[in-house]
Design a protein around this ligand. Structure first.
Ligand code: COA
Ligand code: AMP
Length: 630
């Protein structure tokens, strides 16, 4: 069956399609049906099935006689360490950690925050929570204490599991002081913390609150898998919205298992036992789905890489990894390839490695620019597949399903909608537009299994953010078009979210930090194009009347504040002082127009602009900062 048959088969009978896919999962009690639509437009999948995600990701492979198979390859050029963990070892380690968490009171439904770098223990912590039916929420290590505190107050975790430190090239990231700072800032206090002490930095443990990862497992009874309902949450993952308050995307157990398991063969075309490497971070959705869960659920070997595409030690690291670990599929963000290409434009380093094991390269997380795709294709000699998805969806909405049929690649397009996804382009009034016409990208409800059923403790925000604008549809927040052949093109965000090095960031959250500076009267943050990271944030500051300090000092201070409050991952390094911000007559700041000026693009003078002369002032401020080159 080709792609069209599979897609049409799903469309003709979604219930049968997903019930068949559900057979790939070990259920304690199989679901009686797939879709539960009693509360439409809120939907649930496999709600009456009973299951455990950790059993499916770990124990079932041991039970099937594959305990000796490698589950995790850990390769850490920043610490010069490598080791592997078999499925049987993983089962022992996870059951022990889960047992220790249970002994301290963690039960089904409790929340546990995980704040860890790219070490196998991060996956073990996620799986241990899944084993107990506890809901984990992983916070990316590049976020600072304040962001962690916001998530603590929203998720209200009973426990926090953290590492003593992370390692970035050239510096140690002191996780423990960040964690202590976050707990101090937060209103909610966890009952206890578990600290994985790394030899690069051993952290101080707070008596009575903090427990050592190894010591607290001593002598405990290993925990068995706890049965949960298909619609019980497996995890919450916070992602950027338009404000400083992140959105807690909820991921239920049942649909997630079914959908991720389906993608491994059908999209990525791998078999159990193959080595699958998602070069991302467990703090992001790509890391949740394709470093931790999907490869393990499907019985593949997954790779935990603690390093960067360049500089650890060089731009040949990815190729060394592929050869040494016999990697079949590599999945990363285009920015990683742009970084490699910048260091080794001719791809010379590839020649030193045998990459014959590599079957395909998948890219996602941001727009894949044609140059990068062409370069990767020419350098690696394998299909380079762009696919499009979001934290909310958990896996690809549009892709080239290599395990069903390799569709012709159209560069600039993440190809076609996957089964489960009825993707449509809508005009402002919510009417579908003709092929080729630009509009808001929306998905006809219900969304398929494994996607978000709601936001954590924020159903009204869920409805407002995703469902209300186009009744009957899920609003993706992306704009684009579909061509005559059904290929999708993702052009831009329709909100104030920007994408920096494949990381999704909120300009609204940065504006909140800038606005809190005592000298700042008004501000705006926009995303400007960047050759390496895709976009970079750039701030505009209007200072209070009477402020006669050096502007450079103020901009330095706001740069430091964003780093301290949001974290280094915001990559906020540039701010300019202007007298006024361009606005519409109703007072809306014209961020889109400012971004176009910064990128040297042509723009239409907005009809509603209050005072067109301000745009000239913005242009000269940007020129002074090295932007606005046409
Ligand atoms: N913990 C602490 N700090 C972190 C961090 C982490 N886990 N990850 C990144 N940071 C820091 C970086 O050290 C950097 O700090 P600096 O300002 O002191 O240099 C800052 O956050 C910005 O990070 P980033 O934008 O990632 O830039 P970089 O210079 O470290 O690396 C690339 C650039 C392109 C090599 C890198 O972004 C990359 O490999 N990206 C892959 C993208 C990816 O995995 N996306 C996930 C979705 S698929
Ligand atoms: P995140 O939730 O961090 O995965 O970010 C999701 C957003 O990243 C999407 O809404 C898009 O704006 C962007 N994105 C992800 N993948 C792609 C892609 N393949 N092409 C274009 N944009 C993408």
């Amino acid at each position: 069956m080709g792609y069209k048959d599979v897609y049409e088969g799903w469309k003709a009978d979604p219930e049968a399609f997903w019930m068949a896919a559900a057979e790939g999962i070990d259920w304690v009690t199989p679901p009686t049906k797939a879709l539960f639509d009693e509360n439409a437009p809120l939907y649930e999948w496999f709600a009456d099935g009973e299951v455990n995600t950790c059993w499916n990701a770990v124990d079932r492979h041991v039970a099937a006689g594959n305990g000796d198979r490698t589950a995790i390859i850990y390769d850490s050029p920043v610490t010069h360490t490598k080791h592997t963990i078999t499925y049987a070892e993983l089962q022992t380690r996870v059951a022990s950690l889960a047992g220790a968490l249970r002994a301290k009171g963690i039960e089904k439904g409790d929340r546990v925050i995980i704040y860890m770098p790219m070490v196998p223990e991060a996956l073990e912590a996620m799986l241990a929570c899944a084993r107990l039916g506890a809901i984990h929420s992983v916070v990316f290590g590049g976020f600072a204490a304040h962001e962690l505190a916001v998530r603590i107050d929203d998720a209200k975790p009973k426990a926090i599991i953290a590492a003593s430190c992370g390692i970035e090239p050239g510096r140690i990231v002191h996780y423990k002081p960040l964690l202590d700072g976050a707990i101090e800032q937060a209103e909610h206090a966890p009952d206890f913390c578990v600290i994985f002490q790394r030899e690069q930095e051993v952290a101080h443990l707070e008596d009575g609150r903090d427990f050592d990862w190894h010591a607290f497992q001593y002598g405990v009874e290993p925990a068995e898998c706890v049965t949960v309902k298909g619609n019980d949450p497996l995890y919450i993952l916070y992602t950027s919205g338009t404000t400083g308050q992140p959105k807690g995307v909820v991921r239920p157990n049942g649909g997630h298992l079914v959908a991720l398991n389906w993608t491994m063969k059908n999209i990525y075309n791998v078999q159990p036992g193959d080595v699958y490497w998602a070069a991302s971070d467990v703090g992001w959705v790509v890391g949740h789905s394709y470093i931790c869960y999907a490869p393990l659920i499907y019985g593949c070997t997954t790779v935990v890489f603690e390093g960067k595409p360049v500089g650890t030690p060089d731009a040949g690291t990815f190729w060394r990894m592929i050869e040494e670990h016999q990697i079949k599929v590599l999945f990363t963000a285009p920015t990683a390839f742009r970084a490699i290409k910048r260091e080794d434009p001719k791809g010379e380093l590839v020649k030193s490695y045998d990459l014959s094991c590599l079957q395909s390269l998948f890219l996602a997380g941001e727009r894949a620019d044609p140059d990068t795709i062409e370069w990767a294709k020419a350098t690696l000699g394998v299909p380079v597949i762009d696919h499009w998805w979001q934290t909310e969806t958990g896996y690809a909405i549009a892709a080239n399903p290599l395990g069903i049929e390799e569709m012709p690649v159209k560069i600039g397009s993440p190809s076609v909608a996957m089964p489960g996804w009825d993707v449509q382009i809508l005009d402002e009034a919510g009417h579908p537009v003709a092929p080729g016409a630009l509009g808001a990208i929306a998905v006809k409800l219900p969304l398929p299994p494994g996607t978000l059923p709601t936001l954590w403790n924020a159903e009204a925000r869920f409805r407002k953010s995703y469902l209300d604008h186009f009744p009957g549809y899920y609003e993706t927040g992306d704009a684009g078009y579909i061509d005559e052949d059904g290929y999708l093109y993702i052009m831009a965000r329709t909100d104030d979210v920007i994408n920096v090095a494949g990381h999704r960031l909120s300009t609204g959250a940065m504006e909140e930090v800038l606005a809190a500076h005592p000298d700042v009267a008004e501000c705006a943050v926009i995303g400007v194009s960047d050759a390496l990271k895709g976009q970079l944030p750039l701030g505009f500051l209007c200072l209070n009347a009477g402020v006669d300090r050096d502007h450079g000092e103020v901009t330095k201070e706001v740069v430091t504040s964003v780093r301290d409050q949001i974290g280094p991952v915001a990559a906020f390094k540039l701010a300019v002082v202007v007298d006024r911000l361009p606005k519409t007559r109703s007072g809306k700041i014209l961020r889109g127009t400012m971004a176009k000026i910064a990128d040297g693009e042509t723009y239409k003078m907005p009809a509603t602009i209050d005072d067109p002369a301000i745009l000239d002032e913005i242009r000269s401020a940007l020129e002074g900062a090295g932007y606005a080159k046409g």
